[in-house]
Design a protein around this ligand. Structure first.
Ligand code: PEP
Length: 256
């Protein structure tokens, strides 16, 4: 059995009112809220965190946010800090998602500040990395992933490295229905693991979870999740319905 517990995280993006979120969480908790074989995280929009937290109480399902600002407080209109997330019982935070990188021009350096601030506040960052279609076609996938990973993890200590989760999300596969082949995904995951070995040593690298994200669905999940270095999924579209999300959790439990 792997040293790494599989993790299935749902990124709801800008979907669901607080009330819709509570209904979704209730269904997820009813179907998967007692099991402990796989770590399950739901990431509603900020407006749904508090009500989702109340619904998750007493279950094994954890709460994540989709973003945060690196500063603890201050004049950053519209932003949310790590401390504010912690106060809402958030345990994980997605950082550096490709939509934040492209639409909001987030740089690797800024994402790195967030990773460090999240760890300092005892939040687990889910650091997203991945290449665009043009980058894949020009043969620069591994170089892009290396740059994003090394810059995103700059200054992370060995002590805290196992609190980080990496999500490999090829941009061309996100929300497009085009999933990376198992070979394409495993190749990049193994490469990320080798970079983690260089950064933190083998023992720590073997404990860091590397999720795949990009059109993961119940139909393609079993094969992806069976790969040696694929430790779970960051799920967009299929996390918006309890049935498909729970099927993904079930697929992960079957492989463990
Ligand atoms: C995502 O945005 O993190 C994602 C993986 O989306 P989807 O599953 O819809 O491709």
């Amino acid at each position: 059995m792997s040293l790494r517990k599989k993790l299935i995280a749902g990124n709801w993006k800008m979907n669901k009112t607080a009330a819709d979120g509570v209904a979704l969480v209730a269904d997820i908790v009813a179907a998967a809220g007692k099991q402990n074989d796989v770590e399950v995280v739901v990431c509603p929009p900020f407006t749904g965190l508090e009500s989702a937290a109340a619904k998750l109480e007493g279950s094994t399902v954890k709460l994540g946010a989709q973003n945060m600002h690196p500063e603890a407080s201050g004049a950053y209109t519209g932003e949310i800090s790590a401390g504010m997330l912690r106060a809402l019982f958030v345990s994980h935070v997605i950082l550096g998602h490709s939509e934040r990188r492209s639409y909001f021009h987030e740089s690797d350096a800024f994402i790195n500040q967030k990773v460090l601030a999240a760890l300092k506040a005892q939040l687990k960052p889910i650091l997203c990395v991945g290449e665009t279609l043009a980058e894949r076609e020009s043969g620069s996938t591994l170089k892009v992933v290396q740059t994003q990973l090394e810059a995103g993890l700059e200054g992370v200590s060995k002590d805290l490295a196992t609190n980080v989760v990496i999500a490999y999300e090829p941009v061309w596969a996100i929300g497009t229905g085009k999933v990376a082949s198992t070979e394409q995904a495993q190749e990049v995951h193994a490469f990320i693991r080798s970079l983690l070995v260089k950064l933190f040593g083998d023992a720590i690298a073997q404990k860091v979870r590397i999720l795949y994200g990009g059109s993961m669905k119940p139909a393609n999940a079993p094969e992806l999740l069976a790969q040696k270095d694929i430790d779970g999924g960051l799920i967009g579209g299929a996390s918006l319905e309890a049935r498909s999300f729970v099927e993904l959790v079930t697929a992960a439990i079957a492989i463990k």
